[in-house]
Design a protein around this ligand. Structure first.
Ligand SMILES: [Zn+2]
Length: 77
């Protein structure tokens, strides 16, 4: 099984270790953003995708999530 966003071997949630870490950070930070800025999950993801301060890993995960509309994942955490 390959990672959803790169050719590496995937582990948990079908992400490789590096993308999984980026993914977990994205989900963790969303809680803070949601409270502070009241933005939706999708708006938050596009912020990450466009923010030049965001790492490449997070950008790749964000654009994957945008394109695949995995909105449910927020509730799973
Ligand atoms: Zn990956």
């Amino acid at each position: 099984m390959k990672c959803k966003t790169c050719p590496r071997e995937a582990g948990k949630r079908d992400f490789c270790l590096l993308h999984l870490k980026a993914y977990e950070n994205i989900v963790k930070k969303y809680d803070f953003w949601r409270k502070a800025l009241k933005i939706s999950w999708k708006e938050y993801l596009s912020e990450i995708e466009q923010n030049s301060l965001t790492g490449e890993w997070a950008k790749e995960v964000a654009s994957y999530l945008i394109n695949n509309e995995e909105i449910r994942i927020v509730k799973e955490i």
